[in-house]
Design a protein around this ligand. Structure first.
Ligand SMILES: [Zn+2]
Length: 363
């Protein structure tokens, strides 16, 4: 479950603003922000609370519902969606600017009051979940992972959040299973339909070499088929084997050049790059000896051992491929998945643990 725009809601509901947090009135000092020494004004409305609150209400109650109203044309609905999304961007920044000294209404206690209230609300909500018999697996900032809650339990928690804290808690997604790693903000979830969500997914980038993308999707495919806890342990083994198999091929230089290629479009003519020359332009410059290269062309290049480190696919030989660069790229692409499953990439591919600098000198 997620709290819908939590920080803007808190700013609105708790009347947070530079002139209301730690206001000069003695009688307001009882209106404490939990876990802090701050208090909030009870006499006047804060300017950021009014502004952010109004924008939030405008988005949720007006533009969001208009964007879903079937009596409008598709074009009109899209226009309302754009307005709603633009408001969301502004709302999402509303907390951050209160802690940034370039903002005219900057005031650290106001920023601190926002996060403290957020922590308080999520902790209180976790308590409420436990009270109604829901097991909470994980929570971070504005989201909670609940284990197999029943509809009426969920409703109780939602009602409580609205009544006690004035914030909207919503069911975001239903996962068949979730893998939570020891690292913060890192998890993967498989939806009931078999879609795999990985927090901070990087494998989709179009310039990823095809073999890494294939491996990535094969790993997701293994995960999407898991139905039981034992099945997951089995999937871990399959994934390790798959990665090891690809790593072996990379090191033995058995992967075809076309599968190793990074495909990047050039947005300017190669001669226009003066200050810094990106890798695909280095490759394009080598190609210019063979044919004309213009802006909009797709450059396919591979990473090679010798200078300048890259070569167009059509000019490269398999033996000059920089295997270690590809191993690194493989690792960084799969890291989100392997680390959430507590799989160690280095031990999968049979690499010894890295030496620290001091060990290096003493050895
Ligand atoms: Zn006051």
């Amino acid at each position: 479950m997620d709290f819908a725009s939590l920080y803007p809601s808190i700013i609105k509901v708790r009347n947070l603003s530079y002139e209301t947090v730690r206001c000069p009135h003695d009688e307001c000092k009882n209106n404490k922000i939990p876990e802090t020494t701050h208090w909030v004004c009870t006499k006047r409305n804060g300017i950021t609370a009014m502004l952010i609150g109004s924008l939030r209400d405008l988005r949720v109650n007006y533009y969001k519902s208009l964007s879903k109203n079937p009596s409008f044309s598709e074009e009109q609905r899209q226009q309302y969606t754009v307005v709603s999304q633009a408001l969301k961007v502004i709302l999402n920044a509303s907390y951050g600017v209160m802690g940034a000294d370039i903002f005219p209404l900057y005031y650290l206690p106001a920023a601190e009051a926002t996060t403290a209230t957020g922590r308080y609300i999520i902790l209180e909500t976790i308590k409420k979940c436990e009270e109604v018999g829901i097991k909470v697996l994980y929570g971070d900032t504005d989201s909670l992972f609940l284990k197999n809650p029943m509809e009426e339990q969920v409703q109780k928690v939602i009602e409580n959040a609205k009544k006690e804290h004035g914030v909207d808690l919503e069911v975001d997604k239903e996962y068949r299973y979730v893998v939570l790693s020891k690292r913060k903000k890192n998890y993967l979830g498989v939806t009931k339909g078999g879609n795999v969500d990985v927090k901070g997914l990087t494998g989709k980038k179009s310039h990823t070499p095809p073999f890494i993308r294939t491996l990535f999707y094969e790993v997701l495919d293994i995960l999407s088929k898991v139905e039981t806890v034992e099945g997951f342990e089995n999937a871990k083994k399959q994934i390790s084997n798959k990665i090891a198999e690809y790593a072996k091929k990379v090191q033995a230089k058995e992967i075809p050049l076309s599968e190793l290629a990074f495909n990047v479009m050039i947005s300017k003519a190669p001669a226009e790059y003066v200050k810094t020359v990106p890798q695909h332009i280095r490759a394009a410059k080598l190609l210019e000896s063979m044919r004309e290269i213009k802006k909009g062309d797709i450059i396919s290049y591979v990473k090679i051992i010798n200078k300048p480190g890259v070569k167009p696919v059509e000019m490269a030989r398999p033996d000059e491929i920089d295997s270690s660069k590809y191993m690194e790229f493989m690792e960084s692409t799969l890291d989100q998945i392997t680390s959430s499953m507590d799989l160690d990439f280095d031990s999968i591919v049979g690499k010894p643990k890295q030496m620290g600098l001091d060990q290096f000198f003493w050895n």
